[in-house]
Design a protein around this ligand. Sequence first.
Ligand code: AMP
Length: 396
Amino acid sequence: MSFSNLGLSTPIVEAVTGLGYAQPTDIQTQAIPEILSGKDIIAAAQTGTGKTASFVLPMLEKLTTTNKLRGKRIRALVLVPTRELAIQVESNIKRYSENLELSSMAMYGGTEIEPQKQQLIWGVDILVATPGRLLDMAHQRALHFDVLEFLVLDEADRMLDMGFIDDINKIIERLPVKRQNLLFSATISADVRALAKRTIDPNACEISTVSKQSSKPQIKQWLVTVDKSNKSALLSHLIKEQQWQQALIFIETKHGAAKLVSQLAKRDISAESIHSGRTQAVREQILADFKSGKIQFLVATGIAARGIDIGELSLVINYDLPDKADDYIHRIGRTGRAGAAGEAVSLVAKDNFRNLCAIESRLGHVIERKAFEGFDVKKVVPVSILNYVPKNKRVN
Ligand code: AMP
């Protein structure tokens, strides 16, 4: 299968070929023809499967055939949970549309609103936005939706987790009724379904690539059980012993992130941290340095790391296990992207046992355990019960 066989025209095919995309990924093969035919879609697709191009490419194709852009108007709206993701998606749009006369913009909070208003003055074809800032713009009448043709809800599950449901509902109320809707989510939970019911044509095409082996390269997962007090020493040991060159390291809190960076520094390992306490400009610089390889180890809190897309990333470390199994799946999705090999390593202390059970139950198998000399545990982490259901979700 080639991109042109999917119904995309030469300027778009040339742009993606120029980026080295030899052939469409599974989600792209499934979604692109459906979107081109005008259908609404609900797609269960994780980050790393090529999902951004799967909605951007057909949208570009359709937007080039009509041209109704006016001042303070947008023709396509992509709602995303975080500013990092907004920046990343919009930069992909720029690359995919380099041979087209379409404009795009990323809009997010935490930065001055005026420059963003200015950017909207002549209208923008595709706007990628976080919900809060978008609503502010609409309230200030800096943005109108009357010529909108597309709504994309990207990482819908994450937007709901982050509490954006009210904002999303308010935004949807403002949109023209006749529009094409595309919803992407790593998992289609009951909440996502409820959102889809309100937004999407009941006859929408449903696409899933999550469980298909071909869509997701094999990610080598393993864990080491460790006493909490020994975690940073173990991590330093692993970095040296395994000769890791670069990794994204997930941690629970921003305080913990700063502490880990200094603990690693004491052992001559240079790392940086990215979390909500850092300014947007600093975060962007750190990300750029990490992508270029200047920074070897990036310690990130879950939310800050959400939108990170680093093509060659081969290793993800869960210094702290996430609370939710879905977050674990998202995190390991940072590695092994679009066909590359990946490795995901977790440091698991006894306190994390419940989380481990939930994750391994979700995976349907236990994760391989490795032990390292000098790091025997005092508090043993038992082997998981695979059909674990958290207490608050049990049905009696
Ligand atoms: P996404 O799932 O949209 O975050 O994409 C994950 C990564 O895969 C990004 O780095 C894309 O540039 C890359 N990618 C998307 N589509 C393809 C493709 N057809 N071939 C190779 N790489 C791709």
